[in-house]
Design a protein around this ligand. Sequence first.
Ligand code: FAD
Ligand code: NAG
Ligand code: NAG
Length: 548
Amino acid sequence: MLFKIIFAIAALYSIALLSWRFFRGYLLDKNLGLPDLDYLHKRRPNKKKLRGTAVICGGSITGLLTARVCHDHFERVLVVEAEAWVASEEGRKIAGYDTKPRSRVVQSKSLHACQSFLFSGLEKLFPNIELECRRSSIAVLPSNPRFNVSGRLLRLPFSGSKSRLPKTMYVGRPGFETLLRRLVLDRNAYPNIEYMAGTVTDIRPDPLDHSRLNTVVIRTDTGAQEFQASLVADCSGPACAGMKWLRQNDYGYAATYPRGKLPLNELKIAFDQKLRYSTMTFRISPTFHDQLPFPTADYWDTRPIYTFLEGKPDKGRAMFVLTRPDGDRLVAFAGHHGDARSQPMNLEQLKEWVRELVTVQPIPAWVFELLDMLEEVQDSASVSLVNVAPTSYIRYHQATNLPSNWIALGDSVMTLNPIFGEGCTKAFRSALALHNVLRDVPINLTSLPVDFSSKFFAEQHDKTDWYWANTRLMDYGVKTTIPLPGERLSSGAYLRWYISHLQILAITDDQAGQVMYESAMGLASPIDAFHPNLVAKILWRACFGPRP
Ligand SMILES: Cc1cc2nc3c(=O)[nH]c(=O)nc-3n(C[C@H](O)[C@H](O)[C@H](O)COP(=O)(O)OP(=O)(O)OC[C@H]3O[C@@H](n4cnc5c(N)ncnc54)[C@H](O)[C@@H]3O)c2cc1C
Ligand SMILES: *[C@@H]1O[C@H](CO)[C@@H](O)[C@H](O)[C@H]1NC(C)=O
Ligand SMILES: *[C@@H]1O[C@H](CO)[C@@H](O)[C@H](O)[C@H]1NC(C)=O
């Protein structure tokens, strides 16, 4: 009898493990696009480009990545950017950390984190990226955010062996955007990309065939102009300008809607996390930097200094970060949900805010010494306070009757709670989805097929919808979040319970540490947290271990 039970358990475990492995491989392909990275160099089999111009509306992160991908597939690419100075030399300068702040980009002066997946994707798109990073004083290093949950350090994978941790780049949002623009507007590498200042105000259907677009209308200094377009890509960010153009031209509606499809005006959903962001950026000299009160020598060769996550969201989960991005900058960041605490506006208030964080292990004295030291350079500081807008999702994958050569990517489709630092990785995955779909355009075609737009939105859905699901799951764990209409904060409570155990386990357990790390880097599949061994450990902990 005992033998039979042991045998049954062993068999069940093997089946669980095998299914997990199989399913994970499938998800890494479908959702993460890891294998797709190797195809980024591949074009359509006959290498013939599609005729005409791909017009990209918006020249920020998503617009630039989209332009780079379109250069492989279209004869010409035109990027149109509404904020005029961005199109000048200033928008490409080497000292990217010193550019003017963007007035149309909400994140402009806030904390910026770059996930390792994004960096590995950029390396494929731009073989010269490390060199350009060096020119712009952007450090490229094995990624180690120094995550401390409630004051306790999370395990790093590979026992923290630096050479095996995936790399990332340490750069602020202005530096990143400027670098990307310089890479994409390299005339030698990508001769057919043009970048112009102007505001896209409308689209025009083909007079003979309403199902495709013919031109875009662009307002420039010299008046409105129309440009021929083989593909129109809305990369206008949270402005979601494309929605307006579609409405103006009667797209997105039908007499009847098949199952799962929705009229244009019902595509957008939004919920409010009530996120408060406070970012202080200091300029520090090399001598000042040398005097920082770090406890061990290895702090001098990493850029992140401290990433504190509050384990318990009772007061509306908080995050505190100290890091050194590009240039001579040091960033101190305080972010939280809701209004239970006030947003720090200067160092004094920041110290107060840090003292009130809920900790299990106290925050060490050197952190406060460092904050005290920053008072010396307080005059040079820029302080940016942001009340992050509710995050929104326009479910274009459920739309009907969209023009076949119209697409939308990046934040113009979905915005996320920025605390997870995933926005630009998501933009990259949108561009990857576009590359996948363009690569599949039949070789005998010189223009886009009638199902192009719907195929793209389906592929983008595969590559990005899980971001919305995951961040919503975590945001519903905070009482001040206002959920989606028709939903309750209690939805997903069991999963959250599981993840809170995983987070604590990651302090002592290598496997859990690896899952937490890889999730933070954009490298984990949605089921990595459910490896049979982890499930067993967490259930064991829940029954016999300490309370989280
Ligand atoms: C507070 C905050 C913190 C964040 N932190 C991070 C982080 O740490 N890591 C991360 O990866 N992401 C982060 N994000 C998300 C990140 O900012 C976005 O995902 C990213 O900027 C998306 O880029 P985008 O190109 O889609 O949109 P945007 O950067 O908003 O760019 C849209 C562009 O379109 C232009 N435009 C708008 N309308 C028109 C028009 N009609 N014609 C022509 N041009 C137009 C605008 O001028 C702008 O340049 C954060 C966001 C916020 C708000
Ligand atoms: C992070 O956690 C480790 C281990 O618990 C601790 O030694 C260290 O002081 C913490 N770091 C900070 C900055 O709190
Ligand atoms: C392209 O080839 C497919 C078969 O591979 C065929 O069905 C289609 O009609 C062809 N289209 C054109 C425009 O030649």
